[in-house]
Design a protein around this ligand. Structure first.
Ligand code: AHR
Length: 515
């Protein structure tokens, strides 16, 4: 009798433990109306690096049989338009602090041939320059974000570039722009004053750079109708001293934004790990490294709050994403990597974190759009492949400029060996039509997790769902098999009164839409 009772108790305990492990109670505050998720959190980054610009956005071989406008690849443009790309950062990256804008304007046969000494010592013929970049942004219907050269450029050069771009009156530089085919000023707003000035941008101390920032920024002029949003080059990952010194020395009204760069690294910078060939240990390490960005955001934000309690300065995560070893048999300086379901989960989790912190983060740019690092699009001659990460931006596009609905819950752990990380992350927003979108990630590759979400009384009649998942976390889309990882309709949820019960498959990103 006693033995039977013990066994029954044991079974009950085990079931409760398993049940507790796999069910989440989530509160979505559907009545919140405090913070807006800036669409610029969904921005992207394109550098003169490897095959991102040349052979990615801009055809090297103009006879290639793809839709094009001049040499701009319209299949790539149309794919990015479909996810409402809001912003594109250019020309670097490290390249920006060696780039002289005057090399890239006017007749192409007169443009100088330089060496891209940052990325592989390859020839840079400057055929893609300022006017081509702005044509690209116009075709993408997105805002340009230009990173100016502090490392090897002068304040005069930076100031001239802005006059060329933004001055609507009569001047030699504005007339040069007209002669190059653009009568109206471009009104570029987002302006980076250097890039990674602690490293490739000049190896500076934060004190020295803070002074240089003020010097250069003083000559970045607001022309009529074209006010600049100046962005200070911020910290590398967890360099909190850089943020402390920057915020102490530069007043909030002297910058629109302060940047931070963070890359997800699986192992270490010397041996980052393969993009396609990895086991669960590396999968776990990758996701753990990704989630670490929230600690950095909290700590940098706390320092910013000290000097800017009204949160006037935007934190701009203007480079982020997973950085793996390059694909075998490619130029290692070109940073070409494949993109798996794991990388999609990294993107989705990062975007949920950025949404949550949208009171401070008002811009983020994934590195780097086409053929480089965590790309959305890969190209090979005429062929183009959309990566799993692309589909995350497709699912999340509804959050752009929507009102954040804070979510509260305790996530079960995803355990690997002795370590654990939260298995579930999520964010929610309400758009201008009152439609609610909830994006949820289940990182756990082995367990389905049920989320019981209550919506604070919000009424909704219809529900729709979409899911991104695949059989293995290392699944990728290739030129031969481009649709292995893609979006599918999702219906494994039910409405219970005004609440929802959602079953998240292992290693999945789910969007639920409530109308
Ligand atoms: O995105 C690749 C490089 O990473 C960028 O050029 C640089 O800013 C960063 O270190």
């Amino acid at each position: 009798m006693m033995k039977k009772l013990t066994t029954t108790l044991l079974i009950i305990c085990i079931s409760v433990a398993v049940f507790a492990q796999e069910t989440v109670s989530m509160q979505v505050n559907a009545k919140a109306d405090k913070d807006k998720i800036s669409r610029f959190i969904y921005g992207h980054f394109a550098e003169h690096l490897g095959r991102c610009i040349y052979d990615g956005f801009y055809l090297e071989d103009s006879t290639l049989n793809v839709p094009k406008q001049g040499r701009i690849r319209m299949d790539v443009v149309n794919a990015l338009k479909a996810i409402n790309i809001p912003l594109l950062r250019w020309p670097g990256g490290c390249f920006a602090d060696r780039y002289h804008w005057s090399d890239g304007i006017g007749p192409k046969d007169k443009r100088p041939l330089r060496i891209n000494s940052t990325w592989g010592m390859v020839p840079e013929d400057n055929s893609f320059g300022t006017d081509e970049f702005l044509q690209l942004c116009n075709l993408l219907n997105c805002e340009p974000y230009i990173a100016g050269n502090v490392g090897t450029g002068t304040p005069q050069q930076m100031s001239d570039w802005i006059e060329y771009l933004n001055f609507g009156g009569k001047s030699t530089l504005a007339d040069m722009r007209r002669a190059n085919g653009h009568a109206a000023p471009y009104k570029v707003a987002f302006w980076g004053v250097g890039n990674e000035s602690w490293g490739c941008g000049g190896d500076m101390t934060p004190e020295y750079y803070a002074d240089l920032y003020k010097r250069y920024a003083a000559f970045c002029i607001n022309y009529p109708g074209a006010p600049l949003k100046k962005i200070m080059s911020g910290a590398n990952a967890d360099d909190y001293n850089w943020t402390e010194v920057s915020m102490k020395n530069v007043r909030p009204n002297q910058m629109w934004g302060y940047s931070m760069h963070y890359y997800t690294i699986v192992n270490n910078w010397q041996h980052k790990g393969s993009a396609t060939n990895f086991n669960e240990e590396e999968y776990f390490k990758g996701l753990k490294s990704c989630l670490n960005i929230e600690t950095l955001i909290n700590k940098h934000s706390a320092i910013m709050d000290k000097y800017d309690p009204e949160k006037k300065v935007s934190l701009c995560v203007d480079e982020w994403g997973i950085w793996t070893d390059p694909e075998p048999n490619t130029n290692p300086a070109f940073l070409y990597q494949q993109n798996s379901l794991r990388d999609a989960l990294i993107a989705a989790s990062s975007l949920n974190i950025f949404n949550k912190h949208c009171d401070r983060i008002r811009m983020a740019n994934l590195a780097q759009t086409v053929n480089v690092l965590q790309a959305l699009v890969l190209t090979q001659k005429e062929k183009m492949v959309l990566t799993p990460t692309y589909y995350v931006f497709d699912l999340y596009k509804y959050h752009q400029d929507a009102t954040l609905l804070p979510v509260n819950f305790f996530s079960p752990d995803y355990k690997y060996g002795e370590e654990s990380i939260p298995a579930v992350n999520a964010s929610a927003s309400k758009d201008s039509n009152g439609v609610i979108h909830i994006t949820l990630v289940n990182i756990d590759p082995n367990n389905k997790i049920t989320v019981n979400a209550s919506l604070n009384g919000a009424a909704f009649k219809t529900t729709e769902g979409q899911v991104l998942t695949s059989a293995s976390f290392s699944d990728v889309n290739t030129f031969d098999n481009p649709n292995k990882v893609k979006l599918a309709a999702f219906s494994d949820f039910k409405k219970i009164g005004n609440d929802l019960s959602i079953n998240l498959p292992p290693m999945s990103v789910v969007l639920v839409t409530l109308k």
